[in-house]
Design a protein around this ligand. Sequence first.
Ligand code: ZN
Length: 205
Amino acid sequence: MYDGVIQDLIDELGRLPGIGPKSAQRIAFHILDAPVDDVRRLAESLTEVKQKVHVCAVCCVMTTDAECRICSDPRRDPSVLCVVEESKDVVAIERTREFRGRYHVLGGAISPIDGVGPDQLHIKELLTRLNDPTITEVIIATDPNLEGEATATYLIRTLSTLGITVSKLASGLPMGGDLEYADELTLGRAFEGRVAALHATPAPV
Ligand code: ZN
């Protein structure tokens, strides 16, 4: 145990994902040794992201603008939506250059253990977007793990009445992993080989 503020810093750092007690201590002492300007920049950047970043009014991706770069890009195909769990998945898919449509970010995955149900995700916003007849296909690209699969199953069932084509990323992604950690080639292939989960049904005349 260290004196007050030092221990407070170690405790705060230790709450970050992937940072154990030893790393927290190492980072804390790195900060204590660092030039004051460096530390001020870090502190400013922490406050700044919280002040300036919010979710895109259309697709719920994290952005500093009212509408994100992808939603406001007229060259993106407005007929296809790719549904992902997190903003970082958008970055991973963009890196593959396989997808020219637009995104919808759920803000997580269904996980009863963590108290996350459909209502805690941006599914309502997705359904509202799908009222727009321009959108004819939804590609579900949730993580290849238990929660991601549960979310995909829920979405396929929920979208089944809308008469749009719903497909899901092909297997080949390492099960149990995170989409963002898949290498570009594997993720790109999963995109190309996406499998239909629901076909569009012709609208009643
Ligand atoms: Zn957007």
